[in-house]
Design a protein around this ligand. Structure first.
Ligand code: ADP
Ligand code: MG
Length: 328
């Protein structure tokens, strides 16, 4: 146990032990978890014939969220959504989540409660158990690291490396909503509640990923967390191929009614959308709606190792990865 939160009261967070027992009391334990919070390790049951998926993601104050802009429950929701989205991108099923949380000494207990509430609400919606974590004091800002463990049928995980020339390229939902929402927040404009939900409470595409895995439809897949242009480059790099994208086919989120050109820039390079980007062999019939989510075909894979964006008039230009990259 760490010698962490020494402050008790309502303005500052509960001491470590009380905080953990409060989280423990609220976290539901499901069949995949033989032992959850309370021991040195969690014990998970992995279904026979399955492989384990593991992913971890930081949510750092000032980097991934701001306490002035993001409601605490949304920060908790997004913290877990980042991990679930990675599981979705492999075609997997999430089993358990682990939360390492470092809190600054003066943070209000209500913030922590709302954060945990938002995280556990999403966990319930996807039948995931919060099965452990770590708690410490942070010298500066909230630091949350989520680890999610999932499973997938042996050999069936959808990798970034499987795209081949001629494969069609698809995306789920709409792109750019998160970036557009942030822009509106920056400029102090009022948001509609539905627009707000797109950015603050994104829904990880677990159902879509599982469908594509079960039907063996996708040859490669990635989730769009850093921005479409950057995440498409990940598939191209891992697969050793290029891509041609048809700009008019990109499903742009329309928030705050910006010009089409602005919308397109958000869709191409904005991060935090948590949609799926996947490829499928040309012979596969990919439904236009999967698990209630619209699926759009937006281009195809090419042999040349560059990514080309075709405009309405059929003119092509290079699409460079301009999404989110740390240390840049
Ligand atoms: P240890 O020192 O053995 O790592 P801790 O005292 O840190 O154990 O944690 C006690 C239990 O509470 C463990 O099961 C741990 O996984 C869990 N835990 C600690 N912090 C969190 C957290 N922020 N969220 C969920 N579970 C937590
Ligand atoms: Mg510990």
């Amino acid at each position: 146990m760490g010698h962490s939160c020494l402050y008790i009261g309502s303005i500052v967070p509960l001491a470590e032990k009380s905080l953990i027992s409060r989280i423990r009391g609220r976290a539901a334990r499901r069949p995949g978890v033989a032992a959850g919070i309370g021991d040195d390790c969690a014990i998970l049951n992995i279904p026979d014939g399955h492989q384990v998926l593991v992913t971890t993601d930081f949510s750092l104050e000032g980097v991934h969220f701001r306490r002035e802009w993001h409601p605490a429950d949304a920060v908790g929701h997004r913290c877990l959504a980042r991990g679930l989205s990675d599981i979705a991108a492999m075609g997997g099923d999430p089993i358990a989540a682990f939360l390492s949380l470092a809190l600054p000494p003066k943070i209000p207990q209500s913030w922590v409660n709302q954060f945990v509430k938002g995280l556990l609400k999403l966990a319930d919606a996807f039948h995931v158990s919060l099965a452990g974590g770590d708690t410490a004091q942070s010298p500066n800002g909230v630091l949350a690291d989520i680890a999610v463990v999932g499973s997938v049928s042996k050999g069936k995980a959808i990798r970034r490396s499987g795209a081949r020339r001629g494969d069609r390229i698809y995306v789920t939902g709409t792109l750019g909503g998160a970036a557009a929402t942030l822009k509106m927040l920056f400029s102090g404009r009022k948001l509609r509640p539905t627009d707000f939900a797109t950015h603050f409470y994104p829904s990880p595409r677990i159902g879509v990923g599982r469908f594509l895995m079960e039907k063996a439809l996708a040859s490669a897949m990635v989730d769009i967390s850093d921005g479409f242009s950057t995440d498409l480059a990940h598939i191209c790099q891992e697969s050793g191929v290029g891509a041609e994208i048809h700009a008019p086919a990109i499903p742009c989120a329309s928030i705050g009614k910006p010009a089409r050109e602005v919308e397109l820039q958000f869709a191409l390079h904005g991060g935090d959308d948590y949609e799926l980007l996947f490829t499928a062999r040309p012979g596969k019939r990919v439904p236009s709606r999967i698990a209630g989510v619209v699926v759009s075909q937006i281009g195809h894979i090419t042999r040349h190792k560059d990514i080309v964006l075709m405009n309405d008039e059929g003119a092509g230009s290079e699409l460079r990865p301009q999404g989110w990259e740390h240390f840049k």
